[in-house]
Design a protein around this ligand. Structure first.
Ligand SMILES: [Zn+2]
Length: 85
């Protein structure tokens, strides 16, 4: 489920990306986390974050739609990463 997904939140002090459970934002108006790198306490307003979460969700949904569409289409397009010289 999406609720078990994590999202990277950059520390405002050192820029380290901390993985935060999406569920934390769903359940609390505010979320605190301690930066893994510099130990700074970071507070996140859920309302502010929800916008970003919605964007992420839309991206995930559109990716899933694309994947479903690709699965139905038998022709396989080589991706850039498939080429080797
Ligand atoms: Zn930090």
């Amino acid at each position: 489920m999406f609720e078990d997904e994590t999202i990277d939140v950059a520390c405002p002090k050192c820029g380290h990306k901390n993985s935060i459970l999406v569920r934390e934002f769903e359940e609390n108006a505010q979320t605190h986390f301690v930066c893994e790198k510099c130990r700074a306490r970071v507070r996140i307003e859920a309302a502010e974050f929800k916008q970003r979460l919605d964007q992420v969700r839309q991206e995930v949904e559109s990716l899933e739609r694309e994947a479903a569409r690709d699965a139905r289409r038998p022709s396989r397009r080589p991706r850039k990463g498939d080429f080797q010289i």
